[in-house]
Design a binder for this molecule. Structure first.
Ligand code: SF4
Ligand code: SF4
Length: 375
């Protein structure tokens, strides 16, 4: 393994000792909000890990369960006043049994992803430009389900990257994750820019332990290109946006996205009161803890329905699944007659919006120059 990807033991210890036990992470943890168990919070998890390290606790089923009860939403890390890298510690300290190692192997991961092909009947083969040096980072789920990412006047080449590695890192599989980091950095090294449309992949790759730190500057989220484009919607629509947790942890502010949506003519944007709350699906968390994921997802969709929007958008395929699922279920639970649809924001911009006039082309050129592109 060439990459030092996760924390060393000393760093784990330092991070745990940084925790002042203030409890602020309790107030932001979606799991705590549901089950009211201190053991599920970041503080609770850290104290259990410390107890194990000191030999005061013995690893048992209960501790394994509380360490597993995590959506990896990073809200505890983002809100920790002491700067504890909570999720970094959890990734490092995930314990796997022999069976656990088999279940978290890359082979099983690929099997799970290939099951998505059953849902991809209407996916067309994307036509990317083989000669461009601006690469598209196509995430694993997008590969199976998403249509081509089209950005006005921007020629994209599919970078043929491997998985960003997060599904493996969160399971404690540093070995698999570091292979992905190495493979993907080699591709980024020769690219001019790399464009993302999945918040989770973007956040993960931004946090790679790059061998060449300059590679980090080549990564952009596609919404940056839309920031100054004068867009108009083909018909009047009321919209809202679900902010993926990883969009927040990648450093993006919901206002950035809202400013784009609010600037589109014919569009009325309303922020849901819980726009930045977790959707509850957390990668494959919903498979391991369906009841908990369901409760969080249903609360989420209630806030979205209250905006009375036609469309809720997001920028992460797992969040999109969660929204689609909970819209479907909410029709029975809340007797919801609202015809709200969930869509990926990139798809929305392609399907419903157009650039208004010639001034737009000048603007577009300027924007692309701002982000360092030749079009
Ligand atoms: S917010 Fe940070 S310092 Fe406070 S208890 Fe949680 S992890 Fe510890
Ligand atoms: S990452 Fe999210 S779910 Fe996990 S402990 Fe932190 S706040 Fe709770």
């Amino acid at each position: 393994m060439n990459y030092t990807t996760t924390m060393r033991d000393e760093e784990v210890k330092q991070n745990i000792l940084k925790c002042s036990r203030c409890g602020l992470c309790q107030g932001v943890c979606p799991i705590y909000e549901e089950i009211k168990s201190e053991n599920s919070t970041a503080r609770g998890k850290l104290m259990q890990i410390l107890g194990l390290k000191k030999g005061e606790l013995k690893l048992n089923k209960k501790i394994l369960q509380s360490l597993d009860l995590c959506l990896n939403c990073e809200k505890c890390k983002l809100n920790c006043p002491s700067g504890v890298n909570t999720t970094g510690v959890f990734f490092k300290e995930r314990k796997l049994s022999f069976i656990g190692k088999i279940l978290t192997s890359n082979f099983v991961f690929k099997l799970k992803i290939s099951a998505l092909r059953a849902f991809s009947l209407f996916k067309t083969t994307p036509k990317y430009d083989k000669n461009s040096d601006i690469l598209y980072f196509e995430g694993c789920i997008s590969k199976e389900l998403k249509q081509e990412l089209k950005i006005p006047a921007l020629k994209l080449k599919n970078g043929n990257f491997k998985c960003c590695g997060l599904p493996h890192l969160t399971k404690g599989r540093e070995d698999i994750y570091s292979n992905m980091v190495e493979f993907n950095e080699n591709i980024i090294e020769n690219a001019k820019l790399v464009v993302f449309d999945c918040a989770t992949c973007f956040d993960t790759v931004k946090n790679y332990p790059f061998k060449n730190p300059k590679n980090k500057d080549k990564l952009i989220f596609y919404t940056d290109i839309y920031k100054t484009l004068p867009l108009s919607s083909k018909k009047p629509l009321k919209v809202t946006y679900h902010m993926p947790c990883h969009m927040q942890s990648s450093g993006k502010d919901i206002k950035e996205i809202e400013d784009i949506l609010k600037s589109i003519k014919n569009i009325t944007y309303t922020r849901a009161k819980n726009a930045q709350d977790c959707c509850g699906f957390g990668g494959d968390f919903f498979i391991r803890h369906p009841k908990l994921a369901f409760n969080i997802a249903i609360k989420k969709i209630k806030g979205i329905i209250e905006t009375n929007s036609d469309i809720v958008m997001t920028s992460c395929p797992t969040c999109l699944w969660s929204l689609k699922f909970s819209i479907f279920i909410s029709k029975y639970i809340y007797k919801n007659k609202n015809k709200i649809k969930a869509m990926d924001m990139a798809e929305f911009l392609n399907k419903y919006c157009y650039i208004e006039n010639k001034t737009a082309q000048k603007e577009r050129k300027r924007t692309n120059q701002d982000v360092g592109m030749c079009v």
